[in-house]
Design a protein around this ligand. Structure first.
Ligand code: 26Q
Length: 818
């Protein structure tokens, strides 16, 4: 069926056309003479898939031959979004496919929109994993990703009467052309049971007699690099009933019930936990974590043993990166396999573990750290609990040597938290064993050192590092903003910035060039019009592209302060209402856009969503206001929505209470796309200020040390009048639902205003006013916009991954020849 050239699939438009049609006929099983957009998408996706598989094979064979040190990236979440555009761009065959489709009478853009998102994650952490996979592939690192193949990804958000409702995400219902099912790659994962002591060759051994076995089946997702043949693997595990006890259960008679019972194994990989506030102590979550870890560790050790006869070189060939503590059961699992199954000594196994593991933490607050009740762990994984106790015993001895019998310190640092319910602290376990812990921004590292991991920092300062997050310019510029992308390449005279993002700096010298400014505005205008159309499709609202588009899109959290934004909008509304006509003429029209999901159990976040709708309802229908102010809530925010919204935004808000956002990566995507930032000095925005200068941003709010001081002193400030006024409007039912909104008002006025909306409101309004002023001067605005893109180079995940490779993992590029 395939047209080959020099043994490679051919990529000229005619061959591609034939290929697509063949897939429509034989894979999708439709007539090659009559098929719709979705079928055309499927045909094309399968044709792209063939090319991915071709390169994936070559890359894996090449890695096998070279046997370099490999990086294994373990994450329970990956937010990949759509794959079609990204794949053809990274494979370097977009234009050829566009031609092929045009000749068949289809549009590439329309086909790309047929694809649903792969949303196997919650938010920042999960999208970061996806960006980092793209950089690992592009930079030729011999890396593998491991994750879980949830049957249901992040819930779909449906808004009814302004309230969020959750619906299952049936992302696999129409098939998934981007994965390769590996029925031959599967491992038994064991749970429950008991541990028995046995004597083996005169040695005392622990033997785990498990009570339940589930099979993990591999699904491989090729990740193509840009400008390279390298295509790495993201291996996701799905749970299937184990075949091991077939005879036993089927022999006993109750065949039907036996089958049904065994089918329950599949629940392990059925659904993603939608709460990104961490820890609930749920058994199913723990099962997911261990299922994932056990399958991955078995796979890694099997691959190693394929080409090595002892474990001497294990740490020279393998680096294991833990994405937060979620996969940290890999630590006792590796030790268990090495000691119980490979007969290494306890010391040898621990030494290996200490050399291969590193972890990155994505939280700032101690409450965000993961705990597992000892009873739960002991029943599900009895042998692992023993191993954790043994690790802790040695660690406590080490501490006593070092600090003497300082019991307070011992209890603060212990992996086992004593109390009414005993818990295992996964962060402490990770701290003890990993050779490195990374924060995700510079200030995040400071917080780790001075607060969350203070004791550990005193003990092992050399373990602490940070790698400021980054995002991939392939997805966030090349895929999502082709207009700007073309313009950048034209003015830089090269498209090399797609691999070497620092070249973007070259735009600085043109920032005031009128021709570039004009073209820049034109491109941005086209993007805004695309967003206008999208808003109309999603909400039925018509907004004007002449207005300033002011955007806040991210998960809904109290610390991210969508409430501050909404209260600011009420203030603006109130001001406009009270203006004379002459004043109104000077108002800069705004379209305020908010989007994001609330964790299903997070009541305050859900109230914020409802408030947004109620306020929008009033403002948008007020004939007094017209186009001067609109408030739009974009439902079901996800990666592909972000790809439309970000390029069409003028101003974006990143206004977490200082000290609460570990990094934040949304800001980086806006920055690259030439959108201005209105931000607090928190997480990555502090580093953005260093790159582009305070004069090119709108900064507001208390600084981190001020927040700390106010909290330490328990200082309460007097509510600013403007804030008191808008809160009152909500309280007295100006927007209806006064009972329902009461807790929101109380959080500011009666419960200590933990997130400091009162303190930050005046400077927030000032920053907003400064943005208005700047927008009136389009020359100045456009200059700032160009400088944003020009200064965004540091925030590419290529830079982040380069630092990890060199400083944390010790891995080197391994480039497959073309
Ligand atoms: C833990 C246990 C049980 C169930 C769920 C979880 C869980 C899942 C996801 C806990 C946390 C998360 C996600 C956290 C997250 O996204 N953090 C963000 O990470 C980004 C990437 O580093 C940062 O930019 C953000 O600042 C940080 O909030």
């Amino acid at each position: 069926v395939f047209e080959m050239m020099d043994g490679f699939l051919k990529n000229d438009p005619v061959s591609l056309q034939k290929d697509i049609l063949d897939h429509v006929e034989f894979t999708v099983a439709r007539s090659r003479f009559s098929f719709d957009d979705f079928e055309a998408y499927q045909g094309m996706a399968h044709s792209v898939r063939d090319r991915l598989i071709e390169r994936w094979h070559d890359t894996q064979q090449f890695f096998k031959k070279k046997d370099p040190k490999r990086l294994y990236y373990l994450s329970l979440e990956f937010l990949m979004g759509r794959s079609l555009s990204n794949s053809v761009i990274n494979l370097g065959v977009r234009d050829q496919y566009m031609d092929a489709l045009n000749q068949l009478g289809f549009s590439f853009e329309i086909l790309a929109e047929q694809e649903g998102d792969a949303a196997l994650g919650n938010g920042g952490l999960a999208r970061l994993s996806a960006c980092q996979m793209d950089s690992l592939a592009t930079m030729d690192f011999p890396a593998w990703g491991y994750g879980l193949r949830y049957q249901f990804g992040l819930f779909r958000q449906v808004i009814l009467d302004g309230f969020q409702h959750e619906q299952p995400d049936y992302w696999l219902n129409f098939g998934n052309p981007w994965e390769i099912e590996r029925v031959d790659v599967s491992y038994a994962v064991k749970f429950y049971g008991t541990v028995e002591e046995k004597s083996l060759n005169g040695m005392n051994c622990k033997v785990w007699i498990p009570g339940e076995t589930v099979e993990a089946v591999a699904y491989d997702n090729p990740i193509p690099g840009y400008g390279t043949r390298n295509t790495i693997n993201l291996r996701l595990w799905a749970a299937k009933p184990s075949g091991q006890y077939d005879m036993e259960s089927f022999g006993t008679g109750d065949y039907i019930n036996a089958v049904i019972d065994r089918q329950k194994a599949e629940t392990i990989s059925s659904v993603l936990y939608p709460d990104d506030r961490s820890y609930q102590g749920k058994e199913l979550r723990l099962k997911q974590q261990y299922f994932f870890v056990s399958a991955s560790v078995q796979d890694i050790i099997r691959r190693f043993k394929d080409s090595h006869s002892s474990f001497d070189e294990f740490h020279e060939k393998i680096a294991l990166q833990l994405t937060d503590t979620h996969p940290s059961l890999a630590i006792p699992e590796v030790i268990r396999v090495l000691v119980d199954e490979e007969q290494l000594s306890w010391k040898e196994a621990c030494d290996i573990a200490c050399k291969i593991f590193s972890f990155t933490t994505h939280t700032v607050v101690p409450e965000g750290l993961e705990k597992i009740p000892v009873d739960l762990l002991g029943s599900l994984l009895p042998r692992h609990l023993q191993i954790i106790y043994d690790i802790n015993f040695s660690f406590m001895e080490e501490l006593k040597q070092r600090f003497g019998l300082d019991y307070n310190r011992l209890s603060r640092m212990s992996i086992v938290e004593e109390g009414a319910v005993k818990n295992i602290l996964m962060a402490n376990l990770s701290m003890v064993v990993c050779h490195t812990v990374n924060g995700v921004s510079r200030v995040h590292l400071d917080t780790l050192k001075s607060k969350v991991f203070k004791d550990f920092y005193e003990l092992w300062p050399q373990k602490f590092h940070h790698k400021t997050n980054g995002v991939t310019q392939r997805r966030w510029l090349v895929v999502s903003n082709p207009g700007l992308c073309g313009l950048i390449s034209k003015w830089l005279g090269t498209d090399s910035w797609i691999r070497e993002v620092d070249l973007l700096l070259g735009l600085r010298e043109h920032a005031e060039n009128e021709e570039l400014q004009h073209e820049w505005r034109m491109v941005r205008r086209v993007n805004k019009i695309r967003l206008v159309e999208f808003i109309e499709t999603m909400t039925g609202m018509k907004v004007s592209p002449d207005a300033m588009f002011d955007v806040q899109i991210k998960r809904i959290h109290e610390y991210k302060r969508q409430l501050l934004n909404i209260l600011g909008i009420i203030h603006r509304y109130d001001c406009i209402k009270n203006m004379k006509d002459s004043e109104r003429r000077r108002v800069v029209p705004r379209v305020c856009i908010i989007g994001g999901k609330a964790a299903p159990g997070y009541e305050m976040a859900k109230k914020i969503i409802k408030l947004c709708h109620s306020v929008g309802e009033m403002i948008n229908n007020d004939p007094d206001i017209g186009d001067l102010l609109k408030l739009i809530f974009i439902p079901d925010y996800n990666v592909s929505v972000a790809e439309i919204v970000i390029p069409g935004s003028d101003l974006s808000q990143h206004i977490s209470t200082a000290g609460h956002e570990a990094s934040g990566t949304g800001s980086m995507k806006f920055l690259m796309n030439g959108c201005l930032l209105l931000a607090t000095a928190d997480g990555s925005t502090l580093e953005i200020i260093e790159e582009i200068g305070e004069e090119n941003m709108f900064i507001c709010g208390a600084k981190i040390h001020e927040v700390n001081m106010m909290r330490e002193k328990g200082e309460t400030i007097k509510m600013p009048l403007e804030l008191a006024r808008v809160v009152r409007m909500v309280r007295v039912g100006y927007f209806g639902h006064e009972e329902y909104f009461k807790p929101l008002c109380d959080s500011i006025e009666s419960s200590g205003d933990f997130y400091l909306l009162g303190h930050d409101f005046p400077s927030y309004l000032e920053a907003q006013a400064a943005a208005d002023m700047a927008f009136v001067n389009q020359k100045k605005w456009t200059k700032m916009s160009i400088l944003n893109t020009a200064g965004s180079g540091k925030f590419s995940s290529d830079r982040t991954i380069g630092e990890y490779a060199e400083q944390t993992w010790g891995v080197e590029p391994c480039r497959c020849p073309f």
